[in-house]
Write a protein that binds this ligand. Structure first.
Ligand SMILES: O=P(O)(O)OC[C@H]1O[C@H](OP(=O)(O)OP(=O)(O)O)[C@H](O)[C@@H]1O
Ligand code: HPA
Ligand SMILES: [Mg+2]
Length: 168
């Protein structure tokens, strides 16, 4: 089996803003949505951008933790559930609710939230093949062995010239 973090896909703030806005354009014809449920923490930034574009001001969170040291997934824990009051705004089973996360990887997080809101519209900016069937709308697919580096996890750093790196 290939290494799950073989390739790096670093995303700048500009790139992320463009991709999240592209997601909003794509979602504009799938609504209207009564509220957004944001999967924290990764869903916070795309939720802010999409909610701004679609004019949605009612935002709820569902807090899920699973990756302990950035690249290894542990047991998935729901730290905060979705408020009943928000679920009730949509139709039965979460119809009319938009769920947003930054990405879907193995699909474990999406599965847990989908079980809470089976009829909600599930959107992510990025998707990997294993999780893709759980997402209704996304922008860019990357291979399963790619690790996506989000701008909030990155900083500017010196890069060795290619000639030095290739000399070893
Ligand atoms: O499809 P999966 O394999 O479940 O992985 C995707 C999830 O993993 C990351 O969240 P993480 O649990 O690292 O927490 P964070 O959002 O707080 O960074 C990411 O934001 C997704 O929510
Ligand atoms: O590729 C990824 N990048 C950042 N966080 C993640 N959580 C699961 N997969 C990823
Ligand atoms: Mg997350």
């Amino acid at each position: 089996m290939s290494n799950p973090q073989n390739k790096a896909f670093p995303v700048s703030w500009d790139q992320f803003h463009r991709d999240a806005r592209a997601l909003a354009w794509r979602l504009a014809s799938s609504g209207p949505f009564q509220a957004v449920v944001c999967i924290t923490r990764g869903g916070l930034v795309p939720t802010a951008i999409v909610a701004r574009e679609l004019g949605i001001k009612l935002i709820e969170t569902v807090c899920v933790a699973s990756y302990h040291d950035y690249t290894s997934q542990g047991e998935l824990r729901v730290l905060k559930e979705i408020a009943e009051k928000v679920v009730a705004l949509g139709g039965p089973d979460g119809a009319g609710i938009l769920v947003i996360d930054d990405l879907v990887d193995t699909g474990k997080t999406a599965r847990v939230v989908r079980d809470m809101l089976p009829k909600a519209h599930f959107a992510t900016v990025y998707a990997k093949p294993l999780g893709r069937p759980l997402v209704d709308t996304f922008i860019t697919e990357v291979s399963q062995d790619t690790w996506i580096y989000f701008p909030w996890d990155l900083g500017l750093a010196f890069q060795e010239p290619i000639s030095d790196v290739s000399r070893g």
